[in-house]
Every structure is written in structure tokens, then in C-alpha cells.
Design a protein around this ligand. Structure first.
Ligand SMILES: NC(=O)c1ccc[n+]([C@@H]2O[C@H](COP(=O)([O-])OP(=O)(O)OC[C@H]3O[C@@H](n4cnc5c(N)ncnc54)[C@H](OP(=O)(O)O)[C@@H]3O)[C@@H](O)[C@H]2O)c1
Length: 409
């Protein structure tokens, strides 16, 4: 039986804290959560965790010393960890190899859960297997809460909310573009990308990448979208590799909010990357196709793994130069000749891994402390970032440096 939350030792456990994303997430906890938060770092290596805890306690002397929880992927250890906390953030990846037992322990024990995965076949698997269990046991579980796919999901939700609040109209076309990305990659991300292909069948990939793969309801077949195009407000747009996982995730939100009626029955989400000109658009198109296709071949994966190891990632000096900007436009689905439009801009003046930490921590805070979230009204289960997005959530996110602004066009 699930242990009542009032009897749990911690509010939050960060599992995988000693990894590249885990360390950045731990800093976000210390910088942007209430000092009364009862929390611990967790992982399999006592030595790494002690070193990390000592470093964090030295750098954040005003906070209560961080707790340490030792857990590997053993069933008993995961059960104990899930029962020790109200919410668990996991950065232990590749999730397709290590994530399922963690999700099961949380779903069965009614422990809220947030993770940094981008592995869409795995997300489909856990939604199919554990959504009902999580609901029955009162767990709010939000996977895919980092760069993949929270910014796209929050952008789409913000556009829809703005259209509803301003015009009370459903939304038709939404075009989101990655306007600027200066970033590097971690070894954990590379390993996860390779693992996804090695541990999924072609059929699983095809199933998990269909637009409505994660949606609780199915909508209309969407019109064909050109892989490169010019948009009146966003400029020349080209293929972006995250568009597929982001789109599938956004449509889980679409189907979750009033079975598609809140976003709109003709809601048509399209995601791209901005290009400076048509030559650059073609270059990025070919580049994105190569990145999608080449990892299918084992020798390419072998070579890629030589470049960067799990645990490694961009240095602090490199990260200082990174930034992220998304822009998007939504059109009202109102049959007028000149549809009403809303514009959104998301900016984060740091790297995507710190951004991932910031997003996961604020989603966890929202789950723990905000009674107004849609996720609670929906009765829990495996949901999306948009279901915890309240004005308070956006204010807290803004304090971390993740800014979202909208305007009516
Ligand atoms: N899509 C996105 O937006 C996004 C952004 C950031 C991260 N991610 C994902 O997040 C995951 C972590 O990335 P990363 O760069 O932080 O990787 P990483 O540095 O390799 O960290 C992985 C963590 O998992 C732990 N771990 C691995 N195997 C374990 C096991 N058997 N038992 C317990 N712990 C285990 C590692 O522990 P040790 O330290 O003891 O080895 C480490 O703490 C990856 O799947 C990555 O794709 C996704």
C-alpha cells in the first residue's frame, strides 16, 4: 500500500545526481526552491554522492546540508527510495535501459515523478503500462520534461491560453521555431540516442512517432506540412530533429485538456528550426536527415561513442556562451479571412542542460506545492509539463531565467 505523503522523509529526491545533468539539477534545487524543502541526492555511488554533497554544502552554506540516499536499480532499493520521498526527479539514463523499474516503483507507491528523457519509444511504453497505476495511486508523473519536450509544450500551451483568454477562440495552426540554439551535447544524451535505436524495433519507433501516439484521444489526420517553408512572422524555416518527439508530446497535452476541445479540434502543431537563408535551410535539412539516419548503422554508433563518454559534457566556460530562443505563432480557428494571431517568445540565456534542470525542478515544485494545477484536477497519472503550468509556475520559472512573453499580432 502507498505510504501517506505526510510520513515520507523527503519532499524531493534527485536520482542520478552525480551525472552531468544531475549535478546541474542539484544546483537548481539549491538556487530556486524554498529553503524549507526536505531533499536528498541519490545514486549508486556513495563516493560520488559524498563528494557532490560536500561541494554543494560548501557552495550553498545557507541551505540545510543535503541528504544522501544510496540506490541502484535493484527492486528493493527502488521501492525504499520511492517510499522515502513525495517526488522523485530522475536523470538516470538511458531511460530505455534503466528507467522502467524507477517509473514502476513510483507509480505503485504513489510517488510523484519527473524526468529528463527524450526517448520517445520508452515514453510510449511507460504511458501504456503505468498511466492507470499512477492514477490509482495518486502519482503525478511528468516524463520528457527537459529541453525535450517542455519548452515546446509550454509554448503551445501558452499560445492556446493566450488565444482563449484574449479572444475565446480555439487554435488552428501553430508554428514553433527554434530561433537560436547555442549548445553542446553530453555523453549521456549521445548514449541515450544510440540506446533508443538499439533497444527499439522499427515498428516501435514508427508507433511512437505518430502524431497521436501519446494522446488519450485521436484527432483528425493533419494536412501535409512542408519540411522547409517561409513563415510571414518567423522567416525561413527548416527541419529540426526535436520536432517529432516535441509534437507527439504536445498532442498528449492537446488530448488531455478537455479531449482536444480546449486547444481546438483543428489544432495543427508544426515545429521547425530557423534558417538565415534558403542555402542554410537546405544545409540544415540535410544535416538533420543525416543525424536521423546515420545512427541506424552500427559503425557510426561505435564512432560516435568514442567522441564523448557518459558523465561528460560541455565545460562551464563553453556553457557560459550558450543560449536558447524559441518563437512561435498561433492562428485562431475562426474561419475569418485574416485570422487573429498570437506570438510567443521563450528565452533562456544559459545552456540546455541547466535549462533541463530548471524545468524539472520547477515542475516538481508545482506538483508538490501548487494545488491549482490541472494535473491534480485530472486525477493524476502520466501527464505533461503543460498540466502543471499555472501563473505561479511561470513566475517561478521566470526567476530561474526562463522567460516567456506573448503578444497579440
Ligand atoms: N532530452 C533532453 O532534453 C535531455 C537533457 C538533458 C539530459 N537528458 C537525458 O538525461 C539522461 C542523463 O544525461 P546525462 O548527460 O546527465 O548522463 P550521465 O552524465 O551519463 O548521467 C547518468 C546518470 O545515471 C546514473 N546511472 C547510470 N546507470 C545507473 C545504474 N545502473 N544505477 C544507478 N544509476 C545509474 C549515473 O550514475 P554514476 O554517476 O554512478 O555513473 C549518472 O548519475 C540521459 O538519458 C539524457 O539523454 C535529456
Amino acid at each position: 500500500m502507498a505510504l501517506p505523503h505526510s510520513q515520507r522523509k523527503y519532499d524531493l529526491i534527485l536520482f542520478g545526481a552525480a551525472g552531468y545533468t544531475g549535478k546541474l539539477t542539484a544546483e537548481q534545487v539549491l538556487q530556486h526552491t524554498p529553503s524549507s524543502l526536505r531533499w536528498a541526492i541519490a545514486g549508486r555511488s556513495p563516493h560520488k554522492l559524498e563528494l557532490l554533497a560536500a561541494d554543494l554544502d560548501r557552495r550553498f552554506p545557507d541551505r540545510v546540508p543535503v541528504g544522501i540516499f544510496i540506490a541502484d536499480l535493484d527492486e528493493d532499493a527502488l521501492e525504499k527510495m520511492a517510499r522515502a520521498t513525495r517526488c522523485l526527479i530522475s536523470t538516470v539514463g538511458p531511460f530505455i535501459r534503466y528507467g522502467t523499474a524507477v517509473v514502476e516503483a513510483c507509480a505503485v507507491n504513489g510517488t510523484h515523478y519527473v524526468d529528463s528523457t527524450g526517448e520517445i519509444t520508452w515514453v510510449k511504453e511507460i504511458v501504456d503500462k503505468y498511466h492507470k497505476t499512477a492514477k490509482v495511486n495518486g502519482a503525478i508523473m511528468i516524463p520528457q520534461c527537459g529541453m525535450e519536450s517542455a519548452p515546446a509544450d509550454l509554448a503551445a500551451h501558452t499560445l492556446v491560453k493566450s488565444m482563449r483568454d484574449s479572444y475565446n477562440c480555439p487554435v488552428g495552426d501553430v508554428t514553433l521555431c527554434l530561433h537560436e540554439l547555442k549548445a553542446g551535447m553530453s555523453g549521456g544524451t549521445l548514449e541515450s540516442g544510440m540506446s533508443l535505436l538499439e533497444h527499439s524495433t522499427l515498428q516501435e519507433v514508427v508507433h511512437a512517432t505518430r502524431t497521436y501516439a501519446l494522446s488519450p484521444v485521436r484527432g483528425y489526420d493533419l494536412p501535409f506540412a512542408w519540411p522547409m517553408r517561409r513563415h510571414p512572422e518567423l522567416g525561413i524555416l527548416t527541419k529540426w530533429i526535436q520536432a517529432v518527439p516535441d509534437t507527439v508530446y504536445v498532442y498528449r497535452s492537446w488530448g488531455t485538456f478537455d479531449r482536444g476541445q480546449y486547444y481546438g479540434e483543428n489544432f495543427n502543431f508544426m515545429e521547425y528550426r530557423r534558417a538565415n537563408n534558403w542555402i542554410s535551410a537546405v544545409f540544415w535539412f540535410l544535416m538533420m536527415c543525416s543525424i536521423t539516419v546515420l545512427p541506424i548503422f552500427a559503425p557510426f554508433r561505435w564512432l560516435a561513442r568514442k567522441l564523448i563518454q557518459p558523465g561528460e559534457g560541455p565545460t562551464a566556460e563553453q556553457m557560459a556562451k550558450y543560449r536558447i530562443e524559441y518563437r512561435g505563432v498561433a492562428e485562431a480557428d475562426d474561419d475569418s479571412e485574416t485570422p487573429k494571431k498570437v506570438f510567443v517568445k521563450l528565452t533562456y540565456e544559459k545552456d540546455p542542460y541547466t535549462c533541463t534542470g530548471a524545468l524539472m525542478v520547477q515542475v516538481a515544485m508545482s506538483i508538490l506545492f501548487d494545488e491549482d494545477i490541472q494535473a491534480k484536477k485530472l486525477g493524476c497519472g502520466i501527464l505533461t509539463a503543460a498540466t502543471v503550468a499555472t501563473p505561479e509556475f511561470y513566475r517561478n520559472l521566470d526567476r530561474t531565467g526562463f522567460h516567456i512573453e506573448t503578444k497579440l499580432l
